[in-house]
Design a protein around this ligand. Structure first.
Ligand code: F6P
Length: 358
């Protein structure tokens, strides 16, 4: 027993001071944390919990849902719909926003979440997570879809849970990014990673290189330079990681730096990226920026993007500030046509003539 440890509740009382609606916001974060504990316990049971494998249903984006996706979604809805704290909720797994049942009071916040990020990893016992974003809704009327479509800079809080060897909750209310570890015996989240800071420089990048043929030129340029290592443009070796679970990649970056990319690609003009702006990119960008990192589409700060659809997808490039700024510069140079070496007509997104440092 470690007396004097800072629990999530104690931390929130201190952190939320001066923030409008702080009591309700604190209570909502505690409700989210309660849901995370339940999901953590379901995920940790693995095959014994009966929740591995496909659910046999598809979400609005036409993706196969796994049983743990569906169960996690229900856990969050049921943890947060009754307490008079939220006016409505939107989930990656639901076509439309979830209205608060008539028997419960409506609150002043909107909760937007991805209940199980990286869910393809659940069956193979690799880390998955939950991502959430909290927005204001100061009107009495029940929220419409348009009320959810707020820029990332409007978020009052954001966070993720990572279900790995330990379960952690990483949260920001705009006063830094802070990590809590679940003490399973006691059932409390304990502040273990206060004020996470992403190093400005890094030699580690994360991208799914199987999509290379669909990337834009600036991303090819960046990755090629990393792969060229010491003998190339960058003059040093880089390491690569790809877990295929955004929370796990972002967690690594928050702890030791790095850059994560799921960039724009040419696969489907309707989908200029894979990740969802409201459920993934916005909340994660808030956490990353609060930890001193940067987050961009390559051409625009993610936190300033105004969503035009609930399930909108966007390109995502985030992590160590100096690397993200470099990649943004590569996009700018490409768009201006001032990077002669990489803007040759022989080199385009589908060309065989990929740039190389030699
Ligand atoms: O849907 C989101 C997600 O699972 C992210 O967590 C992850 O970064 C990405 O998709 C993995 O994509 P892919 O299967 O293309 O590697």
């Amino acid at each position: 027993m470690h007396l004097g440890r800072t629990t999530l509740s104690k931390f929130l009382i201190q952190q939320l001071e001066g923030i409008e609606g702080s009591r309700d916001l604190g209570a909502l974060l505690v409700d989210v944390a309660a849901a995370v504990k339940t999901i953590s316990s379901m995920a940790a049971k693995g095959a014994l919990g009966g929740l591995l494998g496909k659910a046999g249903t598809e979400n609005v984006q036409g993706e196969q849902q796994v049983k743990l996706d569906v169960a996690s979604n229900d856990v969050i809805l049921k943890s947060c719909d009754w307490g008079g704290l939220v006016a409505g909720m939107a989930s990656e797994e639901l076509d439309d926003p979830y209205p608060i049942p008539a028997e419960y009071p409506r609150g002043r916040f909107l909760l937007v979440f991805d209940p199980l990020d990286g869910s393809s990893n659940a069956d193979v016992n690799v880390s998955v997570g939950t991502i959430f974003s909290i927005l204001r809704h100061d009107r009495k009327e029940a929220p419409k879809v348009e009320d959810f479509l707020q820029k990332g800079i409007e978020q009052v809080a954001a966070g993720y849970a990572i279900y790995g060897p330990s379960t952690m909750l990483v949260v920001t209310v705009g006063k830094g990014t802070h990590g809590f570890t679940l003490d399973r015996e006691v059932g409390n989240f304990i502040l273990t990673h206060p004020n996470l800071r992403i190093p400005e420089d890094t030699s580690e990048f994360a991208i799914n290189t199987s999509n290379a043929r669909f990337w834009e030129v600036p991303v090819h340029r960046y990755v090629t330079e990393c792969q060229d290592g010491k003998s190339g443009e960058r003059g040093r070796d880089f390491n690569m990681r790809w877990i295929a679970s955004m929370v796990a990649e972002v967690h690594r970056i928050l702890v030791r730096g790095g850059v994560f990319m799921y960039p724009r690609d040419t696969r489907d003009p309707e989908k200029p990226g894979r990740l969802r702006l409201m459920y993934e990119a916005s909340p994660i960008s808030f956490l990353v920026e609060q930890a001193g990192g940067a987050a961009s589409t390559g051409r625009q700060r993610l936190m300033e993007l105004l969503p035009h659809q609930l399930h909108q997808r966007v390109p995502v490039i985030l992590g160590s500030k100096n690397e993200v700024e470099r990649i943004v510069r590569y996009h700018w140079e490409h768009d201006k046509g001032i990077d002669r070496r990489y803007s040759s007509p022989l080199f385009n997104e589908r060309s065989l003539f990929r740039p190389s440092a030699t």
